[in-house]
Design a binder for this molecule. Structure first.
Ligand code: GDP
Length: 424
């Protein structure tokens, strides 16, 4: 069977969770391979509406095994709360359908604290962090100063390891930020309250995946955020601290030898961006407010109003190339139905010259959008389920985007519900 990655082409919030929830039916295993509890994948299905932060979006399908890979920022507190929330809505989460890699590093309480302290220090130069501890976590991981989930099985060694880390981390907390130090009592309490709760789910997921692969099982890799937030390929430093791109999926999932047969890039029919950083196609004022309202563009985790604008062809084409997308899912087409004409950011103007290339991050803030317009369709399309039933102007918009970005648009989503889409 084939493996597939579902990734965000743009700044995140494209509707990846919705697409994973839809396509999981064809797969045996769903894996989150990077990121942490800092984003929200919204899923609407027969159980209700959920904003998943760490749980893979395949959790709603019976018989599907969901994995949190070694590349994830494994936040026991966030995960435990999330398991309780979905369980309260009738979704069963057991060690049979959720497995946590023993090689995943744990996001510790001081990561969250340091995130807040650093954003406060930066004041108006802040990165727009969700303050979930992601950047301090990944810096510590690469400094080899985190705890692996598998260490929960060795309490004595874990205690000694934590004591060493505590001594080191308190130097930063107290001497760099002038904050209160962490104590071993706090850490012991945290282990009892959260870390031990997730221990039953921790196992050697690498071994499990190698066996599954040998048995011909198919895997869906679920990315968090989008290309432009990728640490190496995004709008650095306004990126996240991990690799959100499909190429990282095998490494972060625990199956580095995996072949990805298909990369489905999720693109929203317009642009949104949460947090700081250059966002060339951004709209302001009344126009922006209208689009934000129509699309319900408020952060799933933070409730923050998202920055919005028309579809950015330059950034999207770059995203498609970096991801190696083999097909596109275009979401939220229904949101544009109110517009008389559909705007797109077709090119950028940089130093007076028009360009179709995505600029280097340092000069990106100087880029200006070149906007073009296509005819609107001005009718409700949320009930459409067949390509030929879409109004001609809507089909033309899809075909225009497809031509500009050089990738086949296979799915056109016209609503948040699982079945609200058109397949071409
Ligand atoms: P993700 O992080 O990429 O999974 O995206 P988010 O969950 O942050 O944002 C996508 C939002 O759009 C969610 O509220 C979805 O329920 C919603 N959504 C997804 N596809 C569609 C669609 O085709 N139409 C509409 N109206 N909403 C959609």
């Amino acid at each position: 069977m084939s493996n597939c990655a579902i990734v965000g082409i743009n700044w995140g919030d494209e509707g990846k969770g919705r697409m994973v929830d839809l396509l999981t039916a064809d797969y045996d295993i769903v894996i989150r391979y990077q990121g942490g509890g800092n984003a929200g994948h919204t899923v609407v299905n027969e159980y209700g509406k959920f904003a998943l932060h760490l749980l893979p979006s395949g959790i709603f399908h019976r018989g599907v095994v969901n994995i949190l890979g070694n590349g994830v920022a494994m936040d026991p507190e966030n995960l435990w709360n999330e398991i309780q929330t979905v369980a309260a809505q009738g979704v069963s989460v057991t060690p049979d359908n959720l497995k946590i890699s023993s090689r995943a590093s744990l996001l510790l309480p001081w990561h969250r604290e340091l995130d807040g302290l650093e954003e406060a220090r930066l004041k108006d130069k802040k990165y727009g962090s969700t303050r979930q501890g992601i950047a301090p976590f990944y810096s510590d991981k690469y400094q080899k100063k985190t705890v692996l989930a598998g260490e929960l099985f060795y309490p004595e060694e874990l205690k000694a390891h934590l004591a060493d880390l505590l001594e080191w981390k308190n130097l930063t907390l107290t001497r760099v930020y002038g904050a209160e130090p962490c104590t071993m009592e706090q850490m012991t309490r945290w282990i009892q309250e959260y870390a031990e709760k997730i221990r039953p789910y921790v196992c050697d997921t690498g071994a499990y995946l190698r066996q599954a692969q040998a048995e011909g099982k198919s895997i869906l890799f679920e990315a968090q955020l989008g290309t432009l937030r990728d640490l190496d390929y995004g709008i650095y430093p306004y990126t996240t601290s991990s690799n959100a791109i499909a190429a990282y999926a095998p490494v972060g999932s625990g199956l580095p030898s995996a072949k990805i047969d298909e990369v489905i890039g999720v693109v929203k029919a317009y642009s949104s961006c949460v947090g700081e950083g250059p966002f060339t196609c951004e709209w302001f004022g009344e126009e922006a407010e209208k689009l934000r309202e129509a699309g319900g563009e408020y952060g799933a985790k933070t409730g923050r109003p998202r920055r919005v604008g028309p579809l950015d062809i330059v950034a999207t084409r770059y995203g498609v190339q970096i991801q190696g997308a083999t097909a596109i899912a275009l979401t939220k087409m229904d949101v544009l139905s109110y517009m008389d004409r559909i705007p797109v950011c077709a090119r950028y103007r940089l130093n007076g010259v028009e360009t179709e290339e995505f600029p280097f991050p340092t000069v990106l803030p100087q880029a200006e959008p070149v906007t073009e317009y296509l005819p609107g369709w001005k009718q409700d399309i949320s009930g459409v389920r067949r390509w030929e039933d879409l109004p001609e102007a809507a089909r033309n918009y899809v075909l225009y985007i497809e031509k500009q970005i050089g990738c086949h648009i296979r799915y056109v989503s016209v609503g948040p519900e699982r079945d609200a889409y058109v397949e071409r």
